[in-house]
Design a binder for this molecule. Structure first.
Ligand SMILES: [Zn+2]
Length: 175
């Protein structure tokens, strides 16, 4: 594994989809446990990409995108769609944009990531607060046990925890 830091993805070692086995990076050929390319969007398919090639923006030349991004400057959007590991969901991978930039994806959340139910609910947009039963998600779906990686994550409803300027922001997704 390479020690590559991503601006918008805190822990790609534990929270990005990776190949099960050592494979050559589809771009540079270097061998490793790389970011799985099966869920990427684009005109062509690749098996996987190493962290360094993703960070270097190699997917832009190939016209392959990892996530959806519709707000902000071109540079910010390109950071999310070409240079950030895919958000670990098979649904829409739309990255939250708050206060002038995209948030940093921290982890998949459990109860211990929030002070209490009110703190949890405050992390969502007002649209989510109106359209989703977040109280029910807190009471019945948010796991008690910390989720330390996507290896020990297997839940009907997942809460994606992001931060921006020291504040928590959440989205949720049903499998
Ligand atoms: Zn590579």
């Amino acid at each position: 594994m390479q020690n590559v830091e991503f601006r918008y993805f805190r822990n790609p070692r534990n929270f990005a989809y990776r190949t099960d086995e050592i494979e050559p990076c589809s771009v540079c050929g270097k061998e490793g446990i790389w970011l799985y390319g099966g869920g990427f969007y684009g005109a062509r398919d690749i098996d996987c990409i190493c962290d360094a090639c993703l960070s270097d923006g190699k997917l832009k030349e190939l016209g392959i995108e990892t996530n959806d991004a519709f707000e902000g400057t071109e540079e910010q959007k390109e950071g999310i769609v070409f240079r950030t590991p895919a958000l670990p969901t098979w649904q829409d991978r739309c990255w939250p944009f708050r206060e002038g930039d995209y948030c940093v994806f921290e982890k998949i959340a459990s109860k211990g990531d929030f002070a209490d139910k009110e703190d949890f609910i405050r992390c969502f947009t007002s649209e989510d607060q109106e359209s989703s039963d977040l109280s029910d998600i807190w009471d019945n779906y948010l796991p008690e046990k910390p989720i330390t990686s996507i290896q020990n994550w297997n839940y009907d409803i997942s809460i994606y925890l992001f931060t921006r300027n020291g504040r928590k922001h959440c989205t949720w997704d049903a499998s």
